[in-house]
Design a protein around this ligand. Structure first.
Ligand code: VG1
Ligand code: CO
Length: 544
């Protein structure tokens, strides 16, 4: 295998965000752009020679081409085995599982997740460490530093690899193993959930379901598991064929983007259960007939009922949620006497807690839930968890949610996103919010008296690392909360996220529309951040 060293010049913008480096495809297609970033990653890692690397992506436009390039760079840098999903495909949780199962050194996951795909849309790349989880900040900062001084990269002179045939190929000392992307993952799911019970409940017609794969990576996984293994009617998985441009849609599982599913679930003769996943298969949206389950509630419900699932029958050690996620899971933890952690946004912050056995379940308001079975959030896992719960409790999704609220109270919740805001306007908003913080505590806005106003900082309880500037929080004495954050996954301008939350203990008042119940907080949020005034917009781009 001949290895060439190619001279290059640094790019200044290769700073990974919340979940890897995400840019327009056109940016990634610039000569040396992908090569530089991959070499910067390898340069920052210790002792990679003779190690295994997992490689796969969500199948979006540029996936195949990028994989061929990465194979050659990984070969030149001395990896001895590359484990690759057939067709270059791996869902993010499946990649995490393979890293763990085959004791790989790490993995590269090619995805821009919920962002749209195609020649004019987004691409992304993310490095996962040996525990299977997204690289913590000390790694991503090192990648960025290296990318600003890189002068050359190494590339092996090997032909393009056949990605479509399962089996091993050898090039000198390098083995390339092409695996079926679904097998190992499906096997793992069987160790956690009661597949016999699920088969029975689906076979008898007690559970009917619709799963929207949004033309993204979960199509093949959901078809195999839900239809072939569990016996859901053929066609239960819709938009099941992964497409390079996701059929032109946003592969983002929410009521706005998973429209077809939402319509069916709120329509007549709705199935008992509905769900969707995102571009790379790590997110989930849960629905029942005539009901949408807020991700924050979903996490709380999974935590409250975990002992009903075979994989968690012995109980869970603790829970964690990202800071903007509602406090619903905190109430469960308090009642069940479990430790509860609050981390910054992004799955990379859960890894240490999971590794240390401090938590078993964790989640984010952004449709992400997961457990210690892998080190990524896991869309289909959440779907199977809910199905197993419905089968065990013999209750509808709506009844499970209502009962949960009766027991713990309801955290009425919404997120308002303002996308593609001019960067200077967004920065101005954050600066002005920061300025207001010191004077806010004690101030009354109608019924809302500010209890605290600060910028969230996190000290990792395991390794002591500190992450600052993780979002602005304004908390009120009645338990309500407004959080402001700028997104770290977008590729156009800035996205301001406003998270709104109000606690309602009275079960006579649980059945309310979230947007109307949160109206006073929505108004207050505008008073603080003036996003409408400063951008001239009438309202958010997306409400979830
Ligand atoms: C968003 C979500 C965050 C999630 C991240 C990656 O980040 O808010 O909770 O972990 O996406 O999810 P941000 O910085 O845009 O708010 V995924 O499914 O896109 O990998
Ligand atoms: Co995702």
């Amino acid at each position: 295998m001949e290895i060439k060293t190619i001279e290059t010049h640094p790019f200044e913008d290769q700073n990974p965000g919340t979940s890897g480096l995400r840019k327009k495809v056109k940016t990634f297609q610039q000569p040396n752009y992908l090569e530089n970033f991959v070499q910067s990653i390898f340069d920052s890692l210790d002792d990679i020679v003779d190690q295994k690397l997992v490689l796969g992506g969500d199948g979006r436009y540029f996936n195949r081409q990028a994989i061929q390039t990465i194979i050659k760079i990984a070969a030149a840098n001395g990896f001895s085995e590359l484990i690759i999903g057939q067709g270059g495909l791996l869902s993010t949780p499946a990649a995490s599982n393979l890293i763990r199962k085959y004791k790989a050194y790490g993995g590269l996951v090619l995805s821009a997740s919920h962002n749209p795909g195609g020649p004019d849309e987004d691409f992304g790349i993310k490095y996962n460490v040996g525990n299977g989880g997204p690289a913590p900040e000390k790694y991503t900062q090192a990648f960025y530093r290296r990318s600003k001084e890189i002068a050359s990269y190494k590339i092996a002179e090997i032909p393009d690899i056949d990605l479509d045939t399962v089996g091993n190929q050898k090039f000198g000392t390098l083995t390339i193993s092409i695996l079926d992307p679904v097998n190992d993952y499906a096997e793992l799911m069987q160790t956690i959930f009661d597949f016999d019970l699920l088969k029975q409940s689906i076979g008898s017609g007690y559970i009917t379901l619709k799963f929207d794969a949004m033309h993204a990576i979960t199509g093949p996984y959901a078809k195999t598991i839900l239809e072939d293994m569990l016996g859901a009617k053929p066609g239960s998985v819709i938009n099941a064929v992964p497409l390079e441009d996701f059929g032109g849609g946003h592969p983002d599982p929410n009521l706005a983007h998973a429209e077809e599913l939402a319509e069916a679930m709120f329509g007549p003769n709705a199935p008992t259960f509905g769900a969707a996943s995102d571009g790379d298969g790590d997110r989930n949206m849960i629905m029942g007939s005539q009901i949408f389950v807020t991700p924050s509630d979903s996490l709380a419900i999974l935590a409250a009922n975990a002992s009903l699932i075979p994989g968690y029958a012995k109980g869970i050690s603790g829970v964690a949620r990202s800071m903007p996620t509602s406090q619903a899971v905190d109430r469960v933890a308090a009642q069940l006497n479990l430790p509860c952690f609050e981390t910054p946004t992004g799955w990379k912050f859960f890894g240490n807690l999971l590794d240390a056995g401090k938590i078993t379940l964790c989640g984010e308001e952004s449709f992400g839930t997961g457990s210690d079975h892998v080190r990524e959030k896991d869309g289909l896992w959440a779907v199977l968890f809910w199905l197993n719960l419905i089968a065990r409790k013999r209750q509808s999704v709506a009844d499970i949610v209502t009962e949960h609220w009766q027991r713990f109270g309801r955290d009425i919740y919404a997120r308002h996103d303002y996308e593609a805001v001019a960067t200077d306007i967004a920065d101005g908003i954050v600066a002005s919010l920061r300025e207001q913080l010191p004077a806010l505590p004690g101030k009354a806005f109608g019924d809302y008296i500010v209890e605290y106003a600060d910028e969230f900082a996190y000290t990792d309880p395991i390794d002591g690392s500190v992450s600052k500037n993780q979002g602005i929080r304004i908390g009120f004495e009645n338990g309500s909360r407004i959080v402001f954050r700028l997104s770290g996954t977008g590729t156009v301008g800035a996205t301001l996220r406003i998270y709104l939350e109000r606690y309602e203990p009275d079960s006579n008042l649980h059945d309310q529309d979230a947007q109307s119940a949160l109206a006073p907080l929505i108004e207050l949020a505008e008073q603080f951040c003036e996003i409408k005034k400063r951008t001239g917009r009438n309202g958010p781009t997306v409400i979830t």
